[in-house]
Design a binder for this molecule. Structure first.
Ligand code: AMP
Length: 113
């Protein structure tokens, strides 16, 4: 755990969040500033800064499976949803603990901004 990392503190329960799903190594919770009717984040419990430094492909697989479960539970699996991993400054990453966004519940434009 990185002491000052917001998402480490959410994963440990130190900072409250609306947890909607969990797996052995990952936690899913609602985004505090939703950009779509369904907007959740999936993070690993362990601190990894971004996809640039993630070396455990199995962990990314577990994040992806939990994201798909969140989409199913939210009822958007059939209508469609998007998995987003903002990475680095130009990618729009603002929290440097690797995470994926689960977005759905409305038609999503492409390309993103
Ligand atoms: P990114 O910009 O890809 O790094 O995404 C970070 C996301 O974390 C943003 O969508 C924020 O709205 C979200 N966020 C920041 N603080 C919290 C929090 N305390 N609880 C839930 N989501 C948060």
């Amino acid at each position: 755990m990185a002491d000052q990392c917001l998402f480490c503190r959410i994963a440990s329960g130190e900072i409250p969040a609306t947890i909607i799903a969990q797996s052995a190594r990952c936690v899913a919770f609602r985004d505090i500033n939703p950009q779509a009717p369904v907007h959740a984040l999936v993070i690993p419990r362990e601190h990894v800064t971004s996809l640039n430094t993630l070396t455990d492909g199995g962990l990314f697989g577990e994040m992806s499976l939990l994201a798909a479960q969140v989409a199913k539970d939210a009822g958007v699996a059939e209508s469609g949803w998007r998995l987003v991993a903002n990475t680095g400054h130009d990618g729009g990453q603002s929290v440097f603990h690797v995470h994926v966004h689960v977005l759905g519940g409305r038609p999503l434009r492409w390309p993103p901004g």
